[in-house]
Design a protein around this ligand. Structure first.
Ligand SMILES: Nc1nc2c(c(=O)[nH]1)N[C@H]1C(S)=C(S)[C@@H](COP(=O)(O)O)O[C@H]1N2
Ligand SMILES: [Mo]
Length: 254
């Protein structure tokens, strides 16, 4: 498809919008997200922002989806054992299921059951060197994220392969995404192709192209859960749990 190589065409694409339209691409501008599906340059099957009831789709750039003939997960940088994984290899890790919310800075949140593996599984295999304090993620759609290794080793941080009992859909990050329940949605990177251990902090997409912090920890404030008629509910900061969510810590107490 000529003209639809987004790595090449991003600058052209960005130029095509006015500055104010560009500002509304930022995920924090509630209600003003550019609806790419109204733009005839992007075929309707492209992954793009869509307010699908129940679980919105957020994609900073229209994307055709991962080509699995070319996909692999490369784990590299300051590690003893760099690894390249095929999709099937990832199912060799110990799978964990967890229900958690994804909370976008646009204010909505949505809940799903996620299945995947903890990053400690990967860390055990690649053996980061002592100076590897940070981890940079690369995606197939030119998106990127950045974490401290300590954050990634926290509970409920998952590299996810399945959502609500099914293989991840293309819209939600097939084949591999991160679910970081105490971080804003933008840090929950989809279409992961690379994980690099480094001794310096890399930036992330929305710190480079918008007003959002690299840290991205969910702040106290108001949430509009999509499964509660978008009614405003207050949140404490960190992972979002509402009164109708089963909190894992409460469950443990029986
Ligand atoms: N690779 C990639 N990951 C991404 C994004 C993106 O544009 N590209 N958008 C982020 C944003 S802003 C949010 S809110 C969540 C949305 O996840 P969803 O589309 O599965 O709802 O994905 C995040 N991960
Ligand atoms: Mo977002």
């Amino acid at each position: 498809m000529p003209g639809l190589n987004f790595k090449l065409d991003r600058r052209v694409f960005l130029k095509a919008f006015s500055l104010s339209a560009l500002a509304s691409l930022w995920p924090g501008k509630a209600g003003s997200t550019v609806q790419f599906q109204n733009d005839e340059r992007f075929p309707s099957h492209y992954i793009q922002n869509r307010d699908v009831p129940g679980f919105f789709i957020r994609s900073a750039n229209p994307f055709p989806g991962v080509n699995m003939d070319e996909w692999s997960l490369k784990v590299k940088g300051l590690v003893e054992n760099p690894q390249t994984y095929r999709y099937e290899d990832l199912f060799g890790f110990k799978m964990i299921a967890q229900t958690s919310r994804l909370k976008c800075v646009e204010c909505w949140s949505a809940k799903a059951e996620w299945e995947g593996f903890h990053i400690s599984e990967l860390v055990d295999k690649v053996k980061p060197k002592p100076e590897a304090k940070y981890v940079a993620f690369q995606s197939a759609d030119s998106y990127y994220e950045s974490y401290t290794l300590d954050e990634l080793l926290r509970d409920r941080m998952l590299l996810v392969l399945r959502m609500n009992g099914k293989t991840l859909s293309a819209n939600h990050g097939f084949p591999l995404r991160l679910i970081a329940p105490f971080k804003y949605g933008y840090k929950n990177i989809k279409y992961i192709t690379g994980i690099e251990f480094t001794d310096d902090r890399k930036r992330n997409y929305w710190a480079d192209f918008g007003p959002y912090s690299v840290d991205g920890t969910i702040q106290p404030g108001i949430d509009h859960p999509l499964d509660y008629g978008k009614k405003p509910l207050s949140i404490n900061g960190g992972e979002v749990f509402h009164f109708f969510d089963k909190r894992p810590d409460l469950k443990r107490k029986g």
